[in-house]
Write a protein that binds this ligand. Structure first.
Ligand code: WTA
Length: 639
């Protein structure tokens, strides 16, 4: 039996753990880390400095491999326990189950294939894959070899893949012939082929067969996984990694420039993913746990793969979408596999709320014990619907606030243990010291207060750097308010000290739980040959949380004809889809002759936001604008 990890089981234990984590962090985290498999223990627990440049180390000096902790460590006691259940897109297709022993063997096989292709410790491997077991296996195989995985969500365009491959200088790509998404099939390999036309660093492409589609295989570069895996062994000695060796890069959007490669390292990430997973969801040995996030996002990394496997839990991976073949699919899957812990996003809940209630009422959902929410603020109505119709009033909801940069859950209820209040994330995890700041950086004391959310001290999962450019990490997260990690979110602390996340305070919008920088979408729109300039803002959207509203100025001015206007709008949408992917499609495009700018040339986004939100009577002061008349035109032309 693996050494047991202590778990918090009462409110008093939570408060005690929290107190110790803040007063004696080294002793606290050393105790949490103790039961893992280490090849060598650490010299120091917590090191580095938030100020000036945001350097952190955790468990420095230790040696380990995270996959020995996800897999090997469980074999003796959990070898025959289910590690992974895979539910296909099409309910008529067979599902798949892998025990810990089988998953271990598959990961070793995959690692051997990668090794034979020349993948070495420290190499970057880009994965662009459907939600199928080989994706989970490939991620773990990279970690076993010590290669740095960079998973790119398979909804991104070829341009977006190329940007990420080039930024990381990846030499290897793992992909599949195609993927299913509801009623659609997407030729994934073809998208990769297009991307690789501008990626000179890539030496080998490993292709997993999924749909059985014919694909183009480039001689000398592309190989099929099933050919390479024929005669390889089912064991592979895990590479010895240093605590601070990078484990993965995950690209995410910020308020400036191109998406940046958030880097997480080995030991701190492992301890943080495991600790938060077990405590927030209050996982028991026989739970069947389902996180609906794609592995292309951080939630899929920490709470579909690493967290559950580190904890020796059974994790379910779903290939499809919530509404295929109908809006009862999630609930059907829960009954079919007796899911007891279910973790999804508010946008999915809202899209299912819109369907007739029978879709959920016709399933028993008796197996459910704990519900979770992640990715964006959950509105009151969705919270109550989730609680009443899915949880039948008996399952605690954990509303988990965190970010790609934090690696794991930062503020959340622990199921059934700390308070769960609608629309509130709740109390911080042990080790997390949230503060509210004024815009100038003053700490706001006391309860019933609102401000910018920042974190006062390092925790094991904190972002270590942005790939290839540490200064960017320093400037984005650690320089705005010296001594703190700045989250970019605004928050409120209620009268009992529970946190409620209000939303972004920077130029980042959250569409269906996916982050985009407004500048990133503007850059994409500006690639369209018709466009001279654009400004993008978010606006409230019933299902997506926020929608994308784009104001564009054209080369040839505002067209007179409606047909011409539509043609150009379609072209702009196509450009964004090609540059980023369908997920960043603008919901509304308004062609304008000018943008509200100050005399120094700065776009007054406040005005654009108000108009997009439908607030047209109370625009505020426009006298500082270069051309105040442009505001009337924008208000009158509002979509
Ligand atoms: C938002 C996803 C309110 C927030 C794990 C954050 C949330 C951004 C919540 C990070 C929540 C995430 N309540 N807002 N429970 N969870 N957010 O990096 O604005 O994709 O900064 O990480 O999503 O998004 P990311």
């Amino acid at each position: 039996m693996p050494a047991t990890h202590p778990r918090i089981r009462t409110t008093e234990e939570y408060h005690e753990a929290y107190r110790r984590s803040v007063e004696t962090p080294d002793a606290f985290w050393a105790e949490v880390a103790e039961p893992f498999t280490w090849r060598r223990k650490w010299d120091s627990v917590r090191g580095g400095e938030f100020s000036p440049a945001g350097t952190s180390t955790w468990f420095d000096g230790a040696k380990l491999n995270i996959t020995e902790n996800c897999l090997d460590r469980h074999l003796a006691a959990r070898g025959n326990k289910l590690a992974l259940i895979w539910e296909p897109n099409d309910p008529k297709q067979r599902h798949l189950r892998l025990t810990y022993r089988e998953l271990y063997q598959e990961v070793c096989r995959f690692a051997n294939v990668l090794h034979n292709l020349g993948v070495e410790k420290g190499d970057r491997v880009c994965l662009y894959m459907p939600m199928i077991p080989p994706l989970a296996i490939a991620v773990l195989a990279c970690a076993r070899i010590g290669a740095i995985h960079s998973v790119v969500f398979a909804g991104f365009s070829s341009t977006a893949i190329a940007d990420r491959v080039n930024d990381a200088q990846a030499a290897f790509v793992i992909t599949a012939d195609g993927l299913n998404r509801g009623p659609k099939q997407i030729p994934v390999k073809r998208v990769v082929d297009e991307a690789l036309e501008s990626c000179p660093s890539v030496r080998k492409v490993l292709v997993v067969e999924h749909l059985g589609w014919p694909v183009h295989m480039q001689e000398g570069r592309d190989v099929w996984y099933h050919d390479e895996a024929k005669d390889v062994s089912r064991s592979f000695k895990a590479e010895e990694m240093a605590a601070e060796d990078p484990l993965f890069i995950l690209y995410t959007s910020g308020s400036t420039g191109k998406p940046k490669g958030v880097v997480h390292t080995t030991a701190g990430y492992m301890v943080w993913a495991d600790y938060t997973f077990r405590n927030v969801f209050q996982v028991e040995e026989n739970d069947v746990y389902w996180c609906t996030a794609d592995v292309g996002w951080v939630t899929g990394h920490s709470y579909l793969l690493y967290g559950p496997l580190l904890a020796g839990a059974t994790t379910l991976m779903f290939e499809g979408v919530p509404t295929y073949p109908d809006a009862g699919r999630f609930w059907e899957v829960i009954d079919k596999h007796s899911v007891s812990i279910f973790y999804t996003a508010p946008t999915a809940i809202r899209s299912l709320m819109a369907a007739p209630l029978d879709n959920v009422l016709s399933y028993s959902l008796d197996s459910l014990r704990v519900l979770g929410s992640v990715g964006e603020p959950i509105n009151e109505e969705a919270w109550h619907w989730y609680h009443q119709h899915v949880g039948k009033g008996r399952c605690p909801i954990v509303d988990t606030w965190w970010q790609t940069e934090t690696a794991g859950i930062m503020i959340s209820a622990m199921a059934g243990i700390t308070p769960s209040k609608p629309t509130h994330a709740g109390l911080p995890m042990p080790g997390v010291e949230p503060v509210l700041l004024t815009q100038e950086g003053q700490e706001i004391e006391g309860n019933d207060q609102e401000g910018y959310l920042a974190i006062r001290a390092s925790w094991p999962g904190v972002i270590r750097t942005t790939w290839g450019d540490h200064e960017r990490a320093a400037q984005t997260y650690f320089r705005p308010y010296p001594g703190y990690y700045f989250t970019g979110d605004g928050a409120r602390r209620d009268e009992n000290g529970l946190y409620r996340i209000i939303g972004r305070v920077d130029d980042v919008i959250n569409v269906s739980g996916h982050r985009f920088g407004t500048a990133e979408i503007e850059n994409a729109i500006n690639q369209d040959p018709h466009v001279v300039e654009s400004a993008v803002v978010g606006y409230p959207h019933d299902v997506k949380g926020q929608g994308i509203y784009a104001y564009v100025i054209l080369q040839d001015g505002v067209p007179d004809k409606e047909t011409e206007r539509q043609r150009i709008e379609a072209s702009v949408i196509e450009t964004v889809v090609a540059e980023i992917g369908k997920i960043a499609r603008p919901d509304k495009i308004q062609i304008v002759s000018g943008l509200p700018k100050t005399r120094s040339g700065k776009i007054m986004r406040r005005i654009l936001r108000k108009v997009a939100e439908g607030e047209t009577s109370n625009i505020g002061d426009t006298t500082t604008l270069l051309d105040p008349a442009v505001v009337d035109e924008i208000v009158n032309g509002r979509k």
